[in-house]
Design a protein around this ligand. Structure first.
Ligand code: RB5
Length: 153
């Protein structure tokens, strides 16, 4: 499995730690983020990882900025992306099982590296449950594609 990873200038250290952890798990990691601490606008990484997930260049994505918020908002602008910020393993697991998230984000100013690894592991080990959840994912896609939602009319 191939994972795209991206970050901004405040998340370089945590990005390296997560990247190493993913590689230890035997995953291939493609790095779309910055390597140094000079200012690096998070939408660039959010966009690049979002595009890579959406076009199948990578299977899933991990995004890290100060809070995880800005970078996930950027990725979510790409059609087909379901990115969410998770600061705890339970939300990470459920985000995959129920919401079929294809990108996980977290904040380098919010979680430490050990918690971040646990969050990523729960997320990767979880599986989308389908069924009634698929119906809701389809509704989200309808909003994305049409800017409307028939069920809400
Ligand atoms: C950078 O200062 C900070 O705004 C960014 O890392 C992120 O937290 C945005 O959501």
């Amino acid at each position: 499995m191939k994972i795209g990873i991206g970050n901004d200038h405040v998340a370089v250290e945590l990005k390296q730690a997560i990247k190493a952890h993913l590689e230890e798990r035997g995953l291939e990691v493609v790095d779309f983020g910055c390597a140094g601490t000079d200012r690096f606008d998070y939408p660039i990484s959010g966009y690049k990882v979002g595009r890579a997930v959406a076009d199948g260049t990578v299977d899933l994505g991990v995004l890290i900025c100060g809070t995880g918020v800005g970078i996930s908002l950027a990725a979510n602008k790409i059609h087909g992306i379901r990115a969410c910020v998770c600061s705890d393993p339970y939300t990470a697991k459920l985000s995959r099982e129920h919401n079929n998230t294809n990108i996980i984000a977290f904040g380098a100013r919010v979680v430490g590296s050990e918690l971040a690894k646990m969050i990523v592991d729960e997320w990767l080990d979880a599986e989308f449950q389908g069924g009634r959840h698929q119906h809701r994912i389809d509704m989200i896609a309808e909003i994305e594609q049409t800017q409307g939602l028939e069920a809400a009319e």
